[in-house]
Design a protein around this ligand. Structure first.
Ligand code: SF4
Length: 92
């Protein structure tokens, strides 16, 4: 079974944390269903994902507190279709 990319795994892990807070239970794993092909990806929430998530969250908070936009390789056409464009408006 092919693996999902790092961003998808971290996003899923974040959802697991939020669900755990809401339902007072911990999440040990998650699943991603690929829309077009109907493939189901199993993502175990390992210690390595936990560490990667915590490091990424720390870096995100550093960027947010610095008020500087990070580099993005996104193209103009990608940005115009992005739900976060309101937060990146200074980019163009
Ligand atoms: S608008 Fe969306 S795609 Fe463009 S840089 Fe911001 S987050 Fe990335």
């Amino acid at each position: 079974m092919p693996s999902m990319n790092r961003g998808h795994k971290l996003q899923l892990y974040a959802y697991g944390i939020m669900a755990g807070d809401e339902f007072a239970k911990s999440s040990q794993e998650g699943f991603i269903v690929h829309q077009k092909k109907g493939l189901v990806y199993h993502v175990p929430f390992t210690q390595s994902i936990t560490i990667d998530f915590e490091n990424t969250l720390r870096k995100l908070n550093e960027v947010l507190s610095s008020s500087l936009l990070p580099f993005s390789s996104a193209s103009y056409s990608q940005c115009t279709q992005c739900e976060f464009l309101n937060f990146c408006n200074d980019r163009f």
